[in-house]
Ligand binder design. Structure first.
Ligand SMILES: [Fe+2]
Length: 313
């Protein structure tokens, strides 16, 4: 049965009351967004003839999503984080601020206040003795290739199980999370372990919806970065390690060609020794170009709820 009610005065009036248009007070921006949001939801119900059964399934789905704490996981799975990046890229282009290393999504698993060191950091706590050692190194420059000293390279990644410290309480504090300040040549180096990709919790709300879409919930092995330096645009990005089955099939849509980086096995003894190692390791090189700006609001990461953000270090 197809009925059309959206254009009736009754429905239009209902939407205005829902959004509080006939009431003083509240927040105008929220009223505007809620009015539009509910209009579009009503319109979907009409256009797609959504049944009451389907509607209530959706309501209880949202309940469960919140109970599981997965709203920030479903968002990238539905391309929302990627869409915000597309908009930011377009804004940069409009402002003449494009170029440099591309941004990509942050994800929900950053923890503020990781230990900071100069030029080098060891990121893993040594508890995974059989993990493949990773040397992650690179240079931060401006768009002309001039090295940038004193840039802060804030790095975080998962362990071999695909789990992140803090959220995985079995790991030590700030395991696989460090801030490294670049040296006079703009260089940073981290010793860590090769991370694994991971999937959404198999029984969780996100995977439940992905199943209905015929989609998997996997991410390739990747490493997250914030890179900042006063006078330059803050960069939120990540690299995907080449060769992972999901490098180009990331459920969160974070892959960009420029951000796919080789993981090279190094067997050479002398090169291992140069990093203080006595066995083969895997080297990952990621050079970063920052874009100059005098707009202070672009020089720090945008506001968002993050673990331990705003707390004393
Ligand atoms: Fe991640």
């Amino acid at each position: 049965m197809t009925v059309k009610t959206m254009q009736t005065a009754e429905v239009q009036d209902l939407l205005e009351k829902v959004a509080g248009f006939n009431k003083e007070g509240g927040n105008e921006r929220v009223k505007t967004i809620v009015h539009r949001l509910m209009h579009d939801v009503f319109q979907i119900i009409e256009d797609l003839d959504v049944t009451p059964d389907e509607f209530w399934q959706a309501v209880y789905y949202v309940n469960e999503l919140g109970q599981n704490g997965e709203a920030a996981l479903l968002a990238p799975g539905l391309g929302m984080d990627k869409y915000l990046d597309i908009r930011l890229d377009a804004e940069d282009e409009q402002a003449g601020l494009s170029g440099g290393t591309p941004r990509t999504i942050e994800g929900p698993l950053y923890v503020a206040g990781a230990p900071q060191s100069e030029a080098f950091a060891r990121m893993d706590d040594g508890s995974d003795e059989t993990a493949e050692i990773m040397i992650l190194t690179g240079q931060v420059t401006d768009e002309n290739g001039q090295p940038l000293a004193n840039a802060v390279v804030d790095v975080w990644h998962a362990d071999r199980k695909g789990a992140y410290s803090y959220f995985d309480q079995s790991q030590s504090e700030y395991n696989l999370r460090r801030r490294i300040v670049t040296d006079e040549n703009g260089r940073y180096t981290a010793r860590s372990i090769i991370p694994s990709g991971y999937g959404c919790p198999p029984e969780g709300s996100t995977q439940q919806l992905l199943n209905l879409l015929g989609r998997h919930g996997n991410r390739p092995a990747h490493i997250h970065f914030f890179i900042s330096k006063p006078g330059f645009k803050h960069l939120t990005t990540q690299i995907n390690l080449a060769g992972d089955a999901y490098t180009y099939d990331d459920f969160a849509f974070a892959t960009r060609d420029e951000l796919v980086v080789d993981a090279n096995r190094i067997e050479d003894h002398a090169e291992a020794e140069a990093y203080g190692l006595n066995k083969p390791f895997t080297k990952v090189e990621f050079n970063i170009q920052l874009v100059r700006t005098d707009k202070s609001e672009l020089q720090s990461r945008h506001e968002r709820k993050r673990a331990l953000e705003g707390e004393p270090a």
